[in-house]
Design a protein around this ligand. Structure first.
Ligand code: LMR
Length: 327
């Protein structure tokens, strides 16, 4: 009898022991764009690498295209622990920090290389850890690309935007940017953009080439300007409490997978931005319009007062550091 009991007890212990070992940690990584974009590719790469480095210990579930949460909800979902990793656009951190608004200032960065230099600078890196107290762990910046203006009319000069309704991301800087050229900005979630353009709820918008192509915005816009007037990049973030509670070996494996996946996504962003532009041209649904130096200078002059408006919130030092990255 005693032996039987011992055997049962041993069996229970074994089952519990095995059970605990066998259950992988589920990591939900939610985002709003298509798999082919830099962010979509980075998320899939993270899954591949994390599961390879930590076999049986983690399972990464990637949810693209706002399947699980749209951009209005994903940050809340992260803080509630309903997802563990998200990568919102830098335009969507306004509720949590004033500084990150810097990335939305129009015509601040000459190109994506300048954005990259600024993000790698001490000032850029310090923003990654700036939201830990609010429960947000910053893993790193991830590129998408420079934004292009689009509308159903050609936007050669700032005056052409007058009276037009533009969809914007949830950013007060972007709101000010379109007001500066006489437009009527409207904050809408990414999942709503196609329909808003198609039905005329808004007349125009701004996004990088990979998003324009993969979400077919070029099918519901007549003109896309080569404006490169601002950047749309991301911060990959995790729930800080969840992260702190992970075993050290899992943290190490996930950190490595994160660094490598961001590098991979950034390479996609650098290498494929112009390929997505070409696909838009080849589709012949919208006309891609090059802009002259003079036209761009006029847009810059019209939009630049926005910098002053947000200088107090963002900090002049940070803006100066960003400008230094242009050289
Ligand atoms: C947008 O809302 O336009 C973008 O932030 C979507 C994205 O994640 O690229």
């Amino acid at each position: 009898m005693a032996l039987k009991l011992k055997l049962v007890a041993a069996g229970v212990l074994l089952a519990f022991g095995l059970g605990a070992q066998a259950a992988p940690i589920i990591i939900k990584y939610s985002h709003v764009v298509a798999d082919v974009t830099p962010k979509g590719q980075a998320a899939l790469k993270f899954k591949e690498l994390a599961e390879k480095k930590l076999p049986g210990k983690v399972e990464v579930q990637v949810f693209p295209n706002s399947q699980l949460f749209g951009d209005g909800k994903e940050m809340e979902a992260l803080l509630l622990g309903d997802v563990q990793i998200v990568a919102p656009s830098l335009a969507k951190f306004g509720k949590y920090t004033d500084q990150i608004q810097i990335f939305d200032l129009p015509f601040l960065f000459d190109d994506i290389q300048a954005v990259d230099r600024f993000q790698s600078s001490p000032e850029g890196q310090s923003m990654l850890n700036s939201m830990e107290k609010k429960g947000i762990k910053g893993f790193g910046y991830l590129h998408n690309g420079m934004k292009q203006l689009s509308a159903n009319k050609q936007l050669s000069l700032p005056g052409d935007a007058k009276g037009l309704k533009f969809r914007i991301q949830a950013s007060d800087v972007l709101d000010a940017q379109f007001h500066a050229v006489g437009g009527n900005p409207q904050k809408l979630s990414f999942a709503e953009v196609y329909q808003a353009l198609q039905t005329g709820v808004v007349d125009g918008t701004e996004n990088p080439w990979s998003n324009i192509y993969s979400k077919k915005f070029h099918e519901v816009q007549k003109y896309i300007m080569d404006s490169n007037h601002g950047v749309l990049d991301y911060m990959v973030i995790g729930n800080a409490k969840w992260w702190a509670g992970l075993p050290p070996d899992v943290q190490k494996g996930l950190s490595e997978a994160m660094v490598e996946s961001i590098k991979f996504g950034n390479k996609v962003a650098f290498d494929e931005d112009l390929a997505f532009r070409q696909k838009v041209i080849d589709d012949k649904k919208a006309i891609v319009v090059p802009m002259t130096k003079e036209q761009l200078a006029a847009w810059r002059t019209a939009m630049q007062p926005v910098w002053k408006k947000f200088e107090g919130e963002i900090g002049k030092n940070l803006i100066d550091a960003a400008l230094r990255a242009n050289k």
